[in-house]
Design a protein around this ligand. Structure first.
Ligand SMILES: Nc1ncnc2c1ncn2[C@@H]1O[C@H](COP(=O)(O)OP(=O)(O)OP(=O)(O)O)[C@@H](O)[C@H]1O
Ligand SMILES: [Mg+2]
Length: 367
């Protein structure tokens, strides 16, 4: 038996600095991902804290850690506890919902391209990955979330705290949900003007007991009008996800949405783009893809504007059926659909983390 030299924590950290997170392009030690190092004889353990739940890079980073530690001492027994902690850039901002790490709006420009369906299935997929998720239906004139989740008859509880009234979101399948449609009669809201809509929406965000959330998803109304602009200026958003179908009329409107969020007065980072109804595949001919609305319209737009492409959702009857039945398609047994949205959710979480990291760097270089 050879005499083993006791390795120091510093030496461990030093070799772990060689492990670079490919997304964030920094080493995992500088990113504060290595925590709670415990060294005892020839046993080492530490936490590896990733920035997204169910990170696709998990195994890669783990094996890189092992490889680098082995250069110090190949006999060392290493136990890596991989966990996650979603990042946030909102903590330094105005005091609106400090316990919500990321506010993400799902927008499109054109109506009917599938924002609400994407919002619901994205929220559910993130929650399944272990994230704490809230979903707010911000479409005052055409709220669809209550129907899509089968909660149209539930009235949210109102709670009084220190003389102020707060709404309590409805918990459905682990997601905290609130829709303007559950509180305001759509027939009444139809005559509301811009400022009323905005102040109602703001109230839904601020006067609601959301609790601690990793992601609050806002299902936006169609268009790029006043509501969007004022909403973005009132509620500090982490980023926007743009949904489009492949056909040019939808892509043209998605272009407007991208331009709007990129305005100097808005400066909302675009997290990525999702192409919905990308193609149709009949159940009996699974290899055949029919591009009913054209091909790759969304993908090309993402390339042109250098926006991350989060994925494509095919036109599938079960997705529509799920929305009709009040059971999101990812909560059925259709594995294909579950996988499609899971990839999108993983990508969304990933690009939110990347966007946050970029903003963090910008903030430190500016100050
Ligand atoms: N991938 C898909 N496959 C099949 N049907 C879909 C798909 N995505 C959305 N749908 C259906 O298309 C219709 C419109 O979708 P949705 O309501 O999500 O669009 P939207 O952009 O939110 O509309 P609006 O602009 O009115 O808010 C719904 O009936 C929905 O069930
Ligand atoms: Mg909608």
């Amino acid at each position: 038996m050879t005499m083993m030299q006791q390795i120091s924590t510093e030496a461990i950290l030093n070799v772990l600095k060689n492990v670079i997170d490919p997304d964030l392009k920094k080493d995992i030690v500088s990113l504060n991902m290595v925590r709670n190092i415990k060294l005892d004889q020839n046993q080492l353990s530490f936490d590896l804290v990733l920035t997204t739940p169910a990170c696709p890079l998990k195994e890669l980073l783990r094996s890189e850690c092992l490889k680098n530690i082995a250069t110090l001492d190949s006999e060392l027994k290493v136990d890596i506890n991989v966990t996650s902690e979603v990042t946030s850039i909102r903590s330094n901002e105005i005091n609106i919902l400090p316990s919500v790490k990321n506010i993400i709006c799902v927008a499109s420009g054109k109506g009917g391209v599938g924002k609400s369906t994407v919002s619901v299935n994205l929220a559910y997929s993130l929650a399944k990955m272990g994230a704490k998720v809230g979903l707010l239906d911000a479409d005052i004139h055409g709220p669809s979330i209550p129907q899509m989740l089968g909660i149209q008859d539930i009235k949210p509880e109102i709670r009084e705290i220190k003389g102020k009234h707060y709404m309590v979101p409805i918990e459905k399948d682990g997601v905290k949900v609130l829709s303007i449609g559950l509180v305001v009669d759509a027939r009444q809201a139809i005559v509301w003007r811009g400022p009323m809509v905005t102040s109602a929406l703001k109230q839904f965000i601020t006067d609601t007991i959301w609790g601690k959330l990793d992601y609050l998803i806002l299902d936006m109304p169609p268009g790029t009008g006043d509501v969007h602009i004022t909403m973005t200026q009132t509620v500090p958003m982490t980023g926007a996800i743009i949904v489009t179908t492949p056909q040019q009329v939808a892509v043209a409107d998605a272009r407007k949405a991208v331009a709007m969020y990129r305005l100097d007065s808005m400066k909302v980072p675009i997290i990525g783009l999702i192409e919905n109804m990308a193609y149709f595949t009949p159940a009996e001919l699974p290899e055949n893809k029919y591009y009913l609305f054209g091909k790759d319209g969304g993908k090309k737009l993402a390339e042109e504007y250098e926006i991350p492409f989060l994925g494509e959702v095919p036109l599938i009857q079960n997705i529509m059926q799920g929305a009709e039945d009040g059971v999101p398609a990812v909560n059925t047994t259709d594995q294909h659909i579950i996988d499609v949205y899971r990839t999108i959710a993983e990508n969304a979480a990933r690009f939110i983390a990347i966007s946050n990291e970029k903003k963090q760097i910008e903030a430190t270089t500016e100050s």
